[in-house]
Each structure stands twice: as structure tokens, then as C-alpha cells.
Write a protein that binds this ligand. Structure first.
Ligand SMILES: NC(=O)c1ccc[n+]([C@@H]2O[C@H](COP(=O)([O-])OP(=O)(O)OC[C@H]3O[C@@H](n4cnc5c(N)ncnc54)[C@H](OP(=O)(O)O)[C@@H]3O)[C@@H](O)[C@H]2O)c1
Length: 428
């Protein structure tokens, strides 16, 4: 862990924020820029963040503690104190240098979080200091304080926890836009969800349940089947021991209407073959290229060699559709705000609820990444900026205290006896 490393360049928003930090107090800085902020921040801010220092294994992500002087917000920006942030598969890829939208290291990763507004810039009228918000950014969310565009913050329902708020944007926006905006999910349809026990998989399953009579096929390792069945997967398939295409054909000989494909390579071809006529395949990831902690050229070559390549004419003659989806390349803010409003409504109606796998403090980021890499997670892995509290020693029970007192007394008596014997021996 390093401290006071304010010189380290981070993602653009953070860098801009650091450049704008002044040595005057935050209130002065806020006033100068027409923004308003909490008077509590009249001192420099101590900010914990996770920094990607280079491409490679777990050791490339380092916790740092910086001292930031207060930000001058631009019009339309807000300063958020982040209480929880999401770990995504994209960050595993980013650490290996496989995620294009991430600026090169040194950079703070993280695309989503939830927290409290600490200051608002000019022209921010729908939010105020103290509001609880979900926040999104292309990168840079894995830090205690972040400046983001107000357009990328969303007021949280009162009953939503910060952990849940941080679990919504990437998983649920992705699942929602693919199912409803691209694949046009309708009642009675069937959907194949790969990685069904992952964050996007669980979000997609919950969203399928909001439409009547949708059949969900979900691939996951066997130990996760009970959870995903309870969550709404009609037919869980253990892709590790069985061929998922064969299993689906046994149940539905004609195949499925929609496939969400986050795997890439030969799985894309297989998924395309599983589509019924009029079916849609949405390609949205290449998880097959992540095999170990570090980048694997063999896995990359395999995925490239096996990728699906089709002519438009072939598509026409098969009556199938293929779409590609990447949240990181969406720039139309209205697409986000429209889908987010619907998701928050579904949350308020109790129809969706993030499944939190585990929460890890920043100092435990390696455990968090390892959990996802080793495919142990069911649902969302969350990172917490707040320092991990030292576990207090458990208060001892009366019986233990009694036993302890007895032991201490016996030890003291033994010692006394030993000293007496030594003195006696010396005198003799
Ligand atoms: N395009 C976009 O905008 C976008 C947005 C979000 C996510 N994604 C993509 O969606 C996919 C899922 O992301 P997520 O955040 O939901 O993942 P996640 O929560 O990390 O899910 C991982 C789970 O998927 C399963 N899995 C199956 N095949 C895997 C493989 N080849 N590598 C690793 N895990 C595998 C594992 O469970 P089992 O025990 O069942 O194997 C693992 O626990 C990723 O490919 C990601 O890049 C794309």
C-alpha cells in the first residue's frame, strides 16, 4: 500500500479532478465554480482508491491513499462519496490489457458505484448534497471520492442498500437493453442465458421473469443450480459435464428464441445454431479469452480462430438475427436514463433484486478478483472503499474468564514454587 501518491495519473475524470483541486478550502473552491458542497469538507480529503499499475496478475491492483484538495466542479458535475462499487468481468479483462475502453495504466478501474452526493456543480438541479445515488463512469469508480457527470447518477430508492445500488448499473442495464431493446423479448419465448449464475446472468433471469411464460435455459456449474433455479432458471444445465446444445435439443428440439452470448469463440457458433427461425443472438462478451490470472495468447488465438463469421446472405436465408451489445460504447445518456428509470421501478415493485455474492474491502481486492476468476461467485461481487475494521477480540464468557483466572493463579503458584526451590538450592 502506498500513501500520498497524488502524482499518479488516473482515469480522465479523476485526473481532471486532481488538476482542479486547490489548496484553498472546499467551500471557497465550490463557490468559485458556482457549486455547492458540504461545509464538513473544509479540509483536504483523504481518498482511498485502487490503482491498476500495469497489466498482469492480481498484484497489479494496488491500494493507495491520496490526499486530495477540494474539487472545483464543472457545470453538470457532482462529487460522490462512494460507499460501494461493483467488480465486473470487464475489470478482470482490463487488468490483463484486454478491455479496450479502459485507459492505459496507471488508472483507477471501476464502472459503477453507489454513494452520497458531497457537492454539486452549477446547473445540477435534480440532486442535492446528501442524496443517495447510483453512479456510473467509464472507469475510476474504485475510489472513495469521485467526480462524475450528474447525468450518470440516479437517485436510489430509500430501501435500496449501497451494495445493491452498486450492483445495478452494469449487470442490469446490460441485461435489460439486450433483452428488451435488442432481442425484443415477448411472452412465451425461450432464452438461453450463459453464465447464468454470474451478475449479468442473474439480472437477465430476473428480467425474463417479468414477462409471462418465458422459458429460461441457464448454463452454470452444478453447485449453483439450486440458486439459479430458485431465481427463475427453468432448465439449469451443467455446461462443465454436458453439452449444453444437446441438452437444450432434448427439451426443445427446435432450439430457442434468444441467446445471450458472453463467451465468444466456438460458443458463438454453437449459440447461433441453437436459434429457432426468427431468433436473435446477442453477442456481448468474450469470457472464453480469460483463462488464468494473466493474459493467455493461446486462449486469444482460439477465440479469434473459432469466431463466427457469416455473410449477410447467410443470415437472410436462415431467418436469424445477430446483434452486438457493449455498454461501454453507449454515449446516448437518454438510453441509460430511460432503462435505469424502468429498472428502478421494477426494483420498487419487488420484481428485481441484486443477488450480492460477497463484499470485500479495498484491501481485500485480490480475494474479490480471485473469487470471480476462479468462478466461485454467484451474483455480484462488491468492493467497499471503507477500511476494514480490525476484528475486535471476542468478549470472553464467564466460564472462560474463570478458567483463565484459575490458569493464571496456577501459573503464578508454580512460578513462586520454582523460585523458592531455586533460592533453597542456592542456600544449600
Ligand atoms: N458487453 C457488455 O456491455 C457487458 C456488460 C457486462 C458484462 N459483460 C460480459 O458478460 C459476461 C458475464 O459478466 P458478469 O459480470 O456477469 O460475470 P460474473 O458475475 O463474473 O460471472 C462469472 C460466472 O460465470 C461462469 N462462467 C462461465 N463461463 C465462464 C468463463 N469462460 N469464464 C469465467 N466465468 C465463466 C462462472 O460460473 P460457473 O461456476 O457457472 O462456471 C462464473 O462464476 C462477461 O463475459 C462480461 O464481459 C458484457
Amino acid at each position: 500500500m502506498s500513501s500520498e501518491e497524488t502524482h499518479i495519473k488516473a482515469e480522465p475524470v479523476q485526473e481532471k479532478m486532481q488538476e482542479k483541486m486547490q489548496d484553498e478550502g472546499p467551500a471557497a473552491a465550490a463557490q468559485a465554480s458556482g457549486s455547492s458542497g458540504s461545509a464538513a469538507r473544509e479540509k483536504a480529503l483523504s481518498c482511498r482508491s485502487l490503482l491498476l499499475t500495469g497489466y498482469g496478475g492480481y498484484d497489479k491492483v494496488k491500494l493507495q491513499v491520496k490526499t486530495l484538495s477540494p474539487p472545483q466542479l464543472q457545470a453538470g458535475e457532482v462529487l460522490v462519496r462512494v460507499k460501494a462499487c461493483g467488480l465486473n468481468f470487464a475489470e478482470l479483462m482490463g487488468r490483463q490489457g484486454l478491455y479496450d475502453p479502459l485507459p492505459p495504466p496507471p488508472v483507477t478501474m471501476g464502472m459503477e458505484g453507489a454513494g452520497i452526493i458531497e457537492a454539486v456543480g452549477k446547473d445540477v438541479e435534480d440532486k442535492k448534497v446528501g442524496d443517495r445515488v447510483i453512479a456510473m463512469s467509464r472507469s475510476g469508480m474504485w475510489q472513495e471520492f469521485v467526480v462524475v457527470s450528474n447525468e450518470r447518477t440516479f437517485l436510489m430508492p430509500d430501501q435500496m442498500s449501497f451494495e445493491e445500488g452498486a450492483a445495478i448499473p452494469v449487470n442490469y442495464l446490460t441485461a435489460y437493453m439486450m433483452l428488451f431493446d435488442m432481442a425484443n423479448l415477448k411472452p412465451g419465448k425461450s432464452v438461453l442465458i450463459h453464465m447464468a449464475a454470474g451478475g449479468v446472468g442473474i439480472a437477465a433471469t430476473q428480467l425474463c421473469r417479468t414477462v409471462p411464460d418465458v422459458t429460461v435455459f441457464g448454463t452454470a456449474s452444478a453447485a449453483k443450480h439450486e440458486t439459479i433455479s430458485q431465481g427463475g432458471v427453468t432448465h439449469p444445465i451443467d455446461y462443465r459435464t454436458k453439452d449444453y446444445a444437446e441438452e437444450i435439443h432434448k427439451i426443445s428440439p427446435k432450439g430457442v428464441d434468444i441467446v445471450l452470448d458472453p463467451l465468444g469463440g466456438s460458443d458463438t457458433q454453437k449459440s447461433f445454431n441453437l436459434l429457432k427461425p426468427m431468433g436473435s443472438l446477442i453477442v456481448f462478451g468474450a469470457a472464453n479469452c480469460v483463462t488464468g490470472q494473466k493474459r493467455s495468447l493461446l486462449a486469444l488465438a482460439k477465440i479469434w480462430y473459432n469466431q463466427l463469421s457469416l455473410s449477410a446472405l447467410k443470415l437472410m436465408t436462415t431467418n436469424k438475427a445477430i446483434g452486438g451489445f457493449h455498454l461501454g460504447y453507449i454515449t446516448d445518456e437518454q438510453l441509460f436514463s430511460g432503462a435505469m428509470a424502468k429498472l428502478l421501478e421494477l426494483y420498487n415493485q419487488g420484481k428485481i433484486k441484486p443477488h450480492i455474492d460477497s463484499c470485500h474491502h479495498f484491501e481485500e481486492v485480490v480475494n474479490a478478483m480471485r473469487r470471480m476468476h476462479e468462478r466461485q461467485n454467484i451474483g455480484k461481487v462488491i468492493l467497499l472503499p471503507e477500511p476494514k475494521k480490525e476484528e475486535k477480540e471476542k468478549p470472553k464468557s464467564k466460564a472462560e474468564l474463570g478458567e483463565h483466572a484459575e490458569k493464571t493463579e496456577t501459573a503464578a503458584n508454580n512460578k513462586k514454587e520454582k523460585v523458592a526451590q531455586e533460592v533453597k538450592a542456592e542456600n544449600d
